[in-house]
Every structure is written in structure tokens, then in C-alpha cells.
Design a protein around this ligand. Structure first.
Ligand code: ZN
Length: 98
């Protein structure tokens, strides 16, 4: 079975709180799948000081389409590529290259 991380959420280097009092991602954002302790591109959340946003969908953190991307400064290109809903197969081997 091909595991497509279509249900990804967000991990980000900073946080802001929107007018409704909800934490939103800011700074550098990566895709993160709930239940794991690393980003889709393979960064360890704890070692990279990335906060988890299980209530924010990945697409909502993308500046071009997202509703909660106002404070996002940089979107990880590897995570973006991995979650691009274009091909069935995500080549996860690519992420292991140094
Ligand atoms: Zn990433």
C-alpha cells in the first residue's frame, strides 16, 4: 500500500496567536504527520525546535492558498514537494540522501 501523507499537519519554527486565540504557524514551516516525531522531510521535531500544530492542515500554511499562512516566512521545499498531490508515489528514498 502506498502511504500518501495527504493528511499532513504543520510543524513550524515559531508561533503566533490569531485574533481568535488559536496558535498558528510562523517562520519556517514543515509538513508533519500526526503521531510521528519528525517532519515529512525527516527533521526531528525536538532537535530542530519545531512546534507542532495538529490543528492546522498543511495546505492552510501555504502562503499561496492557506488561510493561516500570514506569518509564514519559508515553506520547506522538500515537504512541499512530498505533499504535492500530483503523483501517487512519493519517493521517500530521496529524503534519506545527505
Ligand atoms: Zn521539511
Amino acid at each position: 500500500m502506498v502511504r500518501r501523507p495527504t493528511g499532513a499537519q504543520v510543524a513550524a519554527s515559531s508561533t503566533w496567536v490569531d485574533p481568535d486565540g488559536v496558535r498558528r504557524p510562523a517562520g519556517d514551516v514543515h509538513a508533519w504527520v500526526g503521531g510521528t516525531n519528525q517532519t515529512v522531510c525527516g527533521l526531528a521535531l525536538s532537535r530542530s525546535s519545531l512546534g507542532r500544530f495538529p490543528h492546522v492542515a498543511w495546505v492552510d500554511a501555504l502562503p499561496e492558498v492557506g488561510r493561516h499562512a500570514d506569518a509564514v516566512q519559508h515553506v520547506c521545499e522538500r515537504c512541499r514537494a512530498a505533499l504535492r498531490p500530483r503523483r501517487d508515489a512519493v519517493d521517500r528514498r530521496a529524503f534519506r540522501r545527505p
